[in-house]
Design a protein around this ligand. Structure first.
Ligand code: ADP
Length: 635
């Protein structure tokens, strides 16, 4: 017999980086390496079943589907083997030599940026095969593929810089065996009690038998198929933790069995915390799809729409064919009906929660609302979706309060026909915005939006029941003016005389001249109460913050032209009229107009040049200090 040919390969850079973190900074979550290996074995067995179901010829077809774990306390050796699809030499190089997961580089970055929290991050995410090097000083993989004529191969590495591969001379059966030579400080993983408890904790619901020596360890399977009454809260929690890798219990458990028209069981969970570590971790969602207790697809992304991606769980149906391929799932009518039904189960559950336990619903909203809001294009479920939305509102006590459209409508003024909202960076910014003043004056509620996404939500749903959703920038003043004022404690200024009214009109004309083509127009305002001036967006279709978002994408920074509105009943404006009457050319008029315009721009986030504004403020402060010292007779 010829000597086996050994080939040496370097690890790819990102694997070296992952190994470095795994080996040097993690101590408390080390046990999850076993979860990762068992999960790989289970995947390999699933893949085999899948091949077998579609009629592929399989080597050693009579082998039972199982996972075996053995240990040797003296040799510090732990072995995990399975009768799954196995790997060819090429498989080994491509699968074990690279990190295929999407977002893995982002994951690595998170890990190295948050070393302190690494245990937590590792625990929540599948880190895969390489986690074995947290506990191993050497690992040997012996594997034989299900494909008839591919030789058995061995892979070995100490996890430092390279690995070796060679063909095995001895013949082994189909599947994969992983021998783990434990580090001295990891000898606990060669102790029976410790291994057994790790399997029970992390892998109890694996659907293939796991034997420790010859004893079957995992006992519970297909919990979702059991009648609800026979399942304890602990069992649900255990299953959830197994499924999600979450260390906390779920916020909600939704277990449903449907018999007609299509049979399926679903067991779904809403996590207490959102899993969104990496911005929108878009790939990491989906439900596990089973057909007659057989896993067809892990993290299927079509059973629930993306905006319900925070839901974890499984769906199992009798009515789908076992040999259905993942590619044709989407076109399958039964699958489609199941997904429609699962989606409406989740939405109905949330509706009940919102109604019966509003405080708990608020907790849900704070965790998952951001993702949920992305559902604005789910037209089929628009009604439920709208009812489940929450916003902060002028009628809430502070920024943490939440209001639904339903509540808003129940508090509406008698002749109010529209729901109003305004967008801004924070509650304090929105609530002092001049646009809001007329609403305060009339006692009309305004929804405050702080998340740019909210604007998309509003402009795509457009209506709640019969009420149009309107940005406060786009209101028709006439509608509001008709409504009664709430009592105001501030004494109103006297009406202007006819002559002063004329002066005011020429002052407005003068302002228009000063501002030139920087504004569309200068007009008397009906909406202002406490502010002297504000800028009004003339675009009926789009709010100014929406315009800003769109312009940002086209890198256009020139501000949109707006109309400047002036509050005739503001003390400052009254004084301007007096000065204007005495001398229309007075420098004070010019400075004040510029100042009013620029502060209004500042409030809208549109001011480009802050220097002239600051210089002018300083000049005017200097003047008013003169006035102050003289009035107070200070020498
Ligand atoms: P992941 O399982 O997330 O894909 P891993 O690093 O754990 O990442 O594994 C990489 C790949 O190696 C797997 O996708 C699979 O193709 C292969 N693999 C790992 N373990 C086994 C096994 N026991 N049997 C067959 N293939 C395996």
């Amino acid at each position: 017999m010829s000597e086996p040919v050994t080939q040496k390969y370097e690890f790819k850079a990102e694997i070296k980086q992952l190994l470095d973190i795994l080996v040097h900074s993690l101590y408390t979550s080390r046990e999850i390496f076993l979860r990762e290996l068992i999960s790989n074995s289970s995947d390999a067995l699933d893949k085999l079943r899948f091949e077998s179901n579609r009629g592929t010829t399989i080597l050693d077809n009579d082998l039972p589907s199982e996972i075996k774990i053995t240990f040797d306390e003296k040799k510090l050796l732990l072995t995990v083997s399975d009768t799954g699809i196995g790997m060819t030499k090429e498989d080994l190089i491509t699968n074990i030599g690279t990190i295929a997961k999407s977002g893995s580089s982002e994951f690595l970055k998170q890990l190295s940026d948050n070393k302190d929290d690494a245990n937590n991050i590792i625990g929540k995410f599948g880190v895969g095969f390489y986690s074995v090097f947290m506990v191993a000083k050497e690992v040997i993989i012996k594997t034989k593929s299900y494909k008839a004529d591919s030789p058995a191969v061995e892979w070995r590495s100490d996890g430092l810089g390279d690995y070796q591969i060679f063909e095995l001379n001895e013949d082994i059966k189909r599947g994969t065996t992983i021998e783990i030579f434990l580090k001295d400080d990891a000898k606990e993983f060669a102790e029976r009690y410790r291994i057994e408890s790790i399997i029970k904790k992390h892998s109890n619901f694996i659907s293939f038998p796991i034997y420790l020596d010859s004893e079957k360890i995992n006992t519970v399977a297909a919990l979702w198929r059991e009648p609800k009454s026979s399942i304890t809260k602990e069992q649900y929690q255990e299953f959830y933790k197994f499924l999600s890798y979450d260390s906390e219990e779920p916020m909600d458990t939704i277990h449903v069995a449907v018999d007609a028209p299509i049979q399926f069981n679903s067991l779904l969970f809403i996590p207490k915390k959102n899993f969104d570590f990496f911005g929108f971790n878009r790939e990491d969602y989906g439900l596990d799809l089973y057909v007659r207790r057989v896993l067809i697809q892990h993290k299927n992304k079509d059973l629930l729409p993306e905006y319900l991606g925070f839901v974890k769980g499984v769906v199992d149906s009798e009515d789908l064919p076992l040999n259905i391929s993942r590619e044709t799932l989407q076109e399958n009518v039964i699958f489609h009906k199941i997904s429609t039904s699962v989606t409406s189960q989740v939405l109905s559950y949330l509706m009940r929660k919102a109604k019966d336990e509003p405080e708990k619903y608020a907790e849900y909203w704070k965790e998952h609302g951001k993702l949920f809001k992305l559902g604005y294009s789910d037209f089929t479920n628009m009604e439920k979706y709208s009812q489940l939305l929450r916003f902060n509102s002028s009628f809430n006590e502070d920024a943490s309060g939440l209001t639904s459209f339903e509540e808003y409508v129940s508090r509406m003024k008698e002749d109010q026909k529209e729901i109003y909202y305004h967008f801004g960076p924070s509650r304090s910014a929105v609530s002092v915005n001049p646009h809001i003043e007329i609403f305060k004056k009339k006692g009309i509620e305004v929804l405050y939006l702080y998340d740019p996404l909210d604007e998309f939500v509003m402009s795509s749903i457009r209506k709640f029941k019969d009420y149009d959703l309107k940005s406060v920038e786009q209101i028709e003043m006439k509608k509001l003016e008709k409504m009664k004022d709430v009592e105001s404690e501030k004494p109103e200024l006297e009406e202007l005389s006819k002559q002063d009214n004329l002066q005011f009109s020429s002052l407005l004309e003068n302002m228009k001249k000063i501002l030139g083509d920087r504004v569309v127009d200068v007009k008397e305002s009906q909406r202002l109460k406490d502010s002297p001036a504000c800028l009004i967006n003339n675009d009926e279709m789009m709010t100014s913050s929406m315009q800003k978002i769109l312009r940002m994408t086209s890198k256009d920074t020139t501000p949109v032209k707006k109309t400047l509105e002036i509050n005739k009943d503001h003390k400052l404006v009254r004084n301007m009229i007096k000065v204007f009457k005495a001398n229309p050319e007075d420098e004070f008029i010019n400075d004040t107009v510029e100042q009013l315009f620029e502060t209004a721009q500042l409030l809208d986030g549109d001011l480009v040049d802050t220097h002239t504004l600051v210089a002018r403020v300083n000049k005017m402060l200097e003047q008013s200090s003169e006035w102050y010292t003289s009035v107070k007779d200070i020498k």
